[in-house]
Design a protein around this ligand. Structure first.
Ligand SMILES: *Cc1c(COP(=O)(O)O)cnc(C)c1O
Length: 217
């Protein structure tokens, strides 16, 4: 029987081929938010190692236990980060995808030094300029990337976005790619259960998939 994980990895491979891209250049981030340790273990047993969580407390409750039994886990923070939680985030996660304002960027820079831990970071772009969404506005992206990289020396590896719901995400994916290209950033975290085919076509280097892997939350 093919597992959901295998099915999605096969989809990613087919989509990569169609887009004339290498499968190895696209990472599946299994979004395990709200899912229990028991839900996560089967994926770990199948060899999957890259996961995403959106809440720091929840990640702290689950992942230190899982790390006792499984090595080489790469845990991505994909949810909003408050400045009083930065230390816990750095201790709990391996990659931070939601750097979205100067205050947070400065806190990450300072606390990474204190903790002697380097977490590769993504800058979250509010591609639809939505009031209710986190992320830096597209027209402030270049200056913010410059601040993070040049002044704060943060290890910025790429950009992340969550496009507006109920709209064709294509123009937003392409906008993220355009901002990344002109800033020489290699990685693009975009695409979720409903739109990862399109995201891969537009250049995603990681897709964040929850529902299609674990079922409805
Ligand atoms: C929940 C979540 C996902 C996964 O969404 P699905 O539609 O369940 O695949 C991806 N990215 C972020 C930032 C999320 O919060």
């Amino acid at each position: 029987m093919t597992s959901k994980l295998d099915a999605i990895l096969q989809n990613i491979e087919a989509m990569a081929r169609r887009a004339k891209r290498n499968t190895e250049d696209i990472t599946l981030i299994a979004v395990s938010k709200t899912k229990s340790i028991q839900d996560i273990i089967p994926l770990l047993n199948q060899g999957h190692r890259v996961f995403g969580e959106n809440k720091i407390q929840e990640a702290q409750d689950k992942w230190p236990l899982l790390r006792q039994d499984y090595t080489a886990i790469e845990l991505h923070l994909i949810g909003p980060l408050q400045s009083n939680k930065v230390r816990q985030a750095i201790q709990t996660f391996d990659v931070i995808e939601t750097v979205d304002r100067p205050k947070i960027a400065r806190a990450i820079a300072r606390i990474s030094q204190e903790e002697q831990k380097i977490c590769p970071c993504y800058i979250q772009i509010n591609v639809g300029c939505e009031d209710q969404k986190a992320g830096i506005d597209p027209n402030q992206a270049d200056a913010f990337i410059k601040l993070c990289r040049d002044e704060l020396k943060l290890p910025i590896v790429g950009l992340m976005c969550i496009p507006p719901a109920d709209q064709d995400p294509k123009e937003y994916f392409l906008l993220l790619k355009e901002i990344a290209d002109r800033n020489q950033l290699a990685k693009l975290s975009m695409g979720m259960s409903g739109d990862y085919a399109l995201a891969i076509e537009c250049g995603a280097t990681s897709v964040r998939i929850g529902t299609a892997l674990f079922g409805e939350r």
